[in-house]
Design a protein around this ligand. Sequence first.
Ligand code: SAM
Length: 294
Amino acid sequence: MWWRLSLPVQAELEESLLWKLNVLGVHRLAVQHAPETPDQRILLAWLPAHEWPEEQRSELFCSLTPLAETFGLVLAQPVWDELADEDWSLSWKQHWQPDPVGERMLILPAWLDVPDEYAHRLVLKMDPGSAFGTGSHPTTRLCLEALEQQPPSGLRVADLGCGSGVLGLAALGLGARQVLSVDTDSLAVRATADNAVLNDLSIDALKVTKGSVEALAKLLEEQPADLLLCNILAPVIEALAPHFQSVLRAGGRGLLSGLLVEQAPRLTEVLGSLGWIVEPLAEQGRWGLLEIRR
Ligand SMILES: C[S@@+](CC[C@H](N)C(=O)[O-])C[C@H]1O[C@@H](n2cnc3c(N)ncnc32)[C@H](O)[C@@H]1O
């Protein structure tokens, strides 16, 4: 059996909601709109019923509401329909292919073998039941490519807002000594822990806990990291910025994404006033990546 979620969404929210659902392990997604009413969109998501009892589904919906609040919007009431089994899994799985990122990495759906042409790449296995798909968003790709360009060899890395854990997995694969991750969303924490196991990482190599920057400082045992990864929406980065010095050591480096290019000047000003030297590192479409140092 399957649950189908139908949720009318505002156009400006669509991209963020699809991304967030992917991060939370929901990958069977579609957006419907009639040609004559392109502004009226309905987001559809299919969830395996045995994995998503009522409590989990309401937790999932609660995880989406802060995204709407960031835009000053309110989400419509979700409609859940129970559907009989069809060949959803097969039809859906056909859409997910090994996804090369940068020059050296490959995001691999857990049930597939590494294709020969990618045999030389660093494999990041993702299970769709937990959190596959995060590598496809431009801001995740910006972070992954920046990691690849300056590999974090031997570094202790803090991943603030880890989602599926994909950035931490990449950091470890590229030589990081340890990754300490947090996310305010319990489903993301679960996804990161699941993906760490899937990639044969030890509990010490990748630690993850629920919470935000304070939880991260504790996880770091009050010894700020060498590298901070933070891919969250700009208003959230701005709110967290005054705490960055508790999780990133002086002389360390931070990679901040999740911001729209037009939001970069304001963030640069805020971070500058807090003593950070800010450089725009890269852009993909409307999304940007900033580097901070101190
Ligand atoms: C855009 S996703 C990024 C996920 C992953 N790091 C990536 O790059 O694909 C942002 C994540 O930050 C989490 N988040 C949002 N606000 C947060 C906060 N104040 N503290 C910690 N995590 C937060 C969200 O739950 C979400 O999983």
